[in-house]
Design a protein around this ligand. Sequence first.
Ligand SMILES: Nc1ncnc2c1ncn2[C@@H]1O[C@H](COP(=O)(O)OP(=O)(O)OP(=O)(O)O)[C@@H](O)[C@H]1O
Ligand SMILES: [Mg+2]
Length: 511
Amino acid sequence: MTGKHPIGLTIRNAVKVYPGTRALKNVNFDIRMGAVNVLVGENGAGKSTLMKVISGVETLTEGEIAVDGTPVQFRNKDDAVRAGIGIVFQELNLFPDLSVSENIFIGREPTRLGLHIDMRDQATRSRDILTRLEQDIDPDTPLGFLRLGQQQVVEIAKALAQDAKILILDEPTSALSAVEVEVLFRVIAELRSQGVGIVYISHRLEELIRIGDYITVLRDGEVTGTRSMDGVDVPWIVEAMIGGEAKDFAAPIAHQIGDEVFRAEDVALAKMGGGYSVDHVSFSANAGEILGIYGLMGAGRTELLECIIGRHPEAQGHYFIKGEELRSTSIADRISHGIALVPEDRKVDGLIQMMAIRENLTLSSLKEFTRFMHLSLSREAQRAAEFISRLTIKVASAENPVSSLSGGNQQKVAIGKALMTKPSVLLLDEPSRGIDVGAKAEIYRVMRELSAQGIGIVFATSEIEEAMALSDRIIVMADGRITGVFDKSTPVAQVVAAASPGTSSVEGSAA
Ligand SMILES: Nc1ncnc2c1ncn2[C@@H]1O[C@H](COP(=O)(O)OP(=O)(O)OP(=O)(O)O)[C@@H](O)[C@H]1O
Ligand SMILES: [Mg+2]
């Protein structure tokens, strides 16, 4: 086995202790060259920590790393880069105000005569890499103008520009469309055939089986399985990830669907350069209903939810809560009238990383804890503790910064923060993005419970299974328009067909 895929990097007896957490307990892991080494595990299992150690971002508490058999000690990320290790982090690390090419070459700008940054060279090389990723993105565009999926592609381009011989991809596909995923897989196959050792982290198990040569499963900071991918199936992975006791996926809770709780009429958001991101969309949601908005990347789902919460003051549209029209356009006012949004990118929009978990949870509902201008800290702490337990957020202490939590647990904090404002309608944008099966089940259960309590839930998703399994009704969007409204008994193929761009309206949909 080693003959075909020599071991390029090995880590032995790795221990990483954070204040309050043993993130890695005694981990052995090998990166084989010319192969895709898959790493999988539940939220908080230690995957990102292991990769941060390998890429010099964090230092080991105990243990050894060797590259090509030689022991190494990375003091920082530059040390690891010099050893040929590149990483695409789980959370984007980009600068919205800089251009795409500046982001790709940040810290490693090509210089002319070693003095000035060679902007033209930088742009050309960026264009080459983006072409390789089959992306039609102008390198001069400010990064902030790109959608999340495209930003993720830029993050990947940044790692490719480094010509790493070991490339770590920590959940690179969580915001990518199916087409973008295929392109990434082609690039990975190409790098693999050139002998690059790839580490690939994802929660999409089918994707892992398809792309991986070797698989390692982490649970609670320990390796629970490591083998060649031959013969591995989803039940094997799930068993290694969560142990014997498989978590049950939430079943619907029997309840009546009530009256209309929310209605949007004629929502339109113009696109820069013509056309509409949201093209005159109307829909309503009922109390106790789970309404799924299914669509591909760029269908306008995120923008629609952003319009509803008031993030685009220039958008047109009318909104009604229990039949009463909302007049104000401010986000704060919409929240106080019972609309809450959990955004797609929790790092940028949702949470303040440096602030305590408690403070993040109560950020949108401070009024509740304020009496005579004073914040009741004990009440605030009590409510935070209540939500931490209700959403089973895995924390050492509510006073730790949100940045100390794993991706999945951060998402739960974002949901808790929205719930604390006591919404009548809760908007969730890709609520299970980057979350493992166990945490997904918990979030689905929370969604079911909230709907049974009479909250109207509107959630956007690009996963068809999720849309079908959870929704009472499914709205399909393509090109900014609603192309179909279906009930849960509709055959899945019909729902998927409505999502392809260019669809005008689907026959037989109960719009
Ligand atoms: N900077 C930090 N300070 C304190 N604890 C941390 C820090 N970073 C991670 N942890 C803790 O270490 C454990 C492992 O986290 P890690 O981010 O490696 O998980 P993960 O497997 O990548 O999860 P996910 O799938 O959610 O991304 C978690 O319990 C997390 O809360
Ligand atoms: Mg992670």
